[in-house]
Write a protein that binds this ligand. Sequence first.
Ligand SMILES: Cc1cc2nc3c(=O)[nH]c(=O)nc-3n(C[C@H](O)[C@H](O)[C@H](O)COP(=O)(O)O)c2cc1C
Length: 323
Amino acid sequence: MPYAGETAHTKHSAQTGPRSTSPPTNAPAAINGIAKGANRMSPEEVHETVKRSGLRGRGGAGFPTGVKWSLVPRGKDAPHPKYLVANADEMEPGTFKDRLLLEGDPHQLIEGMIVAAYAVQADAAYIFLRWAYREAAVRLSKGDGRGLPGMAIWARTSWRSGYNLEMILHVSAGRYICGEETALLNALEGKRAKPRAKPPYPQTVGLWGKPTVVNNVETLCNVPHIVKHGPDWFQSLSRTEDAGTKLYGASGKVKRPGLWELPMGTTARELLEEHAGGCATGSSSGGRFPGALPPNSSPRRISICRWISTRSEKREAAWARGR
Ligand SMILES: Cc1cc2nc3c(=O)[nH]c(=O)nc-3n(C[C@H](O)[C@H](O)[C@H](O)COP(=O)(O)O)c2cc1C
């Protein structure tokens, strides 16, 4: 897979890529996030660090991660068990960013989950995995110290405060709606995957009625790096007030389909022109853009932003005409 830029979370996965069958060669590297940071911090310190970093959820809505964690009840009277769920359902057509992270560097996610679970004092953490991601399931289950079994044991023995976390891999039966967090919780409970009415939100009434944080895979993969390098470092990776980097993907009929870790604030034009090499002539765009490029035009010759605004002006005009 093409890979560009300064890196936080694809540093290790870039060496293997989603289609590779070889395991990551440098597994211990990401473990430093916990070893050098979180297990010497209190849960509140970890939480505050993530909050100050400005990390926003990478699952779609962009909700600030630290604020989401704040909504989980804490203290002696907090209900238990509390849960953390990594949303690895990824079924949006054309997306494969979480797949790269899951297959290329599974222990990075596990580490992020351990740190996040520690911050909210969760008792158990689930990975809700898209059924089709079989390679990810194999890698996450590996007993070689990099998958769930080894990492859970490692975390238990190295955590000074004696924090204990149960980690479970749940392979989804597979439906697009399962990616929506409350439908996902119903599916985990063995029910039909129908979204629940909100409020109450999962942070207070989630899995089996208990406080639950649902975070996207990419969101969680940022966490160990933030703890290791600090909030200022994370903010410095971005070009805008939204901190960090982001995995941007281009699939379909572009000249160079791929996935790139780039600063937040990277423009659609840069993504398509510089990284994806532009649309293949005469083909349609999909995924990121709400429509098709005009035939025989390529992003090298049109302004993407202008094109989007033209489309919405037309739509508004159509609505104004009562269509
Ligand atoms: C129909 C639908 C599908 C969704 N699919 C996913 C998904 O595959 N992965 C994901 O992380 N979030 C998905 N979401 C968003 C989740 O409901 C939730 O907001 C997200 O997992 C929270 O994680 P974050 O705060 O780290 O972004 C979906 C939402 C909807 C409405």
